[in-house]
Design a protein around this ligand. Structure first.
Ligand code: SF4
Length: 277
């Protein structure tokens, strides 16, 4: 069976995940449906279950755009990964789980919008089309254990670490195993070279947005793309979009969003500073 050593630079994107067995055919994606400063222990247990059972990567996904793009970059950098086990509760605001499933099923349209996703901004503008196609070809199947938003029953399959463990185990068996409605086994590595791609810039044609005559609203939408988009209200605004629009109007400043101080948003913060210069 074909297995490859992941290249230097794998995994290219940082995030809330654990790196496990590089030669495993499966990654675990638990949807983060809360603020990232208040991650519930049951989600952490799902991620641990994935890593302990032998997933290549096991982590959390929060947003339907940049978060999903980072996950895609990490997966195409390791051709051994052929399955994703999707678990946790769907996040009602961002619908990242639905967006992942829709991406695999329908890909994106000419505007890089994920076809069939009901999320607010399911656009994959920061990675080349080649990577989106590669992701969809490399991933054989997404094992969908995703629970509905707000699910509280810890025995639901998508919240049960034992079920996640069984799903991961099934993916790396040498012969076919029935797991729920899926037939799973290790198909071996995707027969093309790894692609190591890092999201260099989160800005799509910023000069267009900054050009004279563009509305404050347009600028607000651009700024919104770079905010954490948790809608946590710690800045005193109802949503990140409201904050972004006030930011564009000069009615507030970046320091009022404490979430931007977290290390994972350093790049976004720099890009925001640049836009607001
Ligand atoms: S802009 Fe406001 S709502 Fe959005 S993450 Fe920052 S503090 Fe939270």
């Amino acid at each position: 069976m074909l297995k490859v050593k992941p290249p230097d630079g794998y995994p290219p994107e940082k995030g809330r995940y654990l790196r496990g067995n590089d030669f495993s055919p499966v990654a675990v994606c638990a949807i983060l449906d809360t603020f990232d400063f208040n991650i519930p222990s049951e989600l952490q247990k799902l991620v641990m279950a994935g890593a302990d059972t032998g997933a290549a990567l096991s982590g959390m996904l929060q947003t339907e755009n940049v978060g999903l793009e980072k996950m895609i970059c990490n997966i195409v950098a390791n051709p051994n990964i052929r399955y994703i086990v999707l678990c946790g509760r769907e996040a009602a605001g961002h619908l990242p789980g639905e967006s992942l499933l829709a991406l695999k099923k329908n890909s994106v349209d000419e505007n890089r919008r994920i076809v069939g996703s009901g999320a607010p901004t399911p656009y994959l503008n920061n990675i080349p089309m080649e990577i989106i196609d590669r992701f969809n070809n490399q991933i054989v199947s997404i094992v969908n254990l995703l629970c509905k938003p707000g699910e509280q029953d810890s025995r639901a399959p998508g919240l049960d670490p034992k079920v996640v463990e069984k799903a991961v185990w099934s993916c790396y068996q040498e012969t076919e195993v029935a797991f729920m409605d899926y037939t799973l086994y290790d198909t071996g590595a995707y027969p093309e070279q790894a692609i190591v791609h890092q999201i260099a810039s989160r800005l799509t044609e910023p000069q267009e947005i900054m050009a004279p005559g563009k509305s404050k609203m347009g600028m607000g939408f651009m700024l919104h793309k770079l905010l954490p988009r948790t809608d946590c209200q710690r800045c005193g605004k109802r949503t990140c979009l409201a904050f972004a629009i006030d930011l564009a109007k000069g009615k507030c400043c970046l320091e009022e969003c404490p979430v931007l101080d977290q290390p994972e948003f350093v790049g976004d913060r720099q890009a925001l500073d640049k836009l607001l210069e």
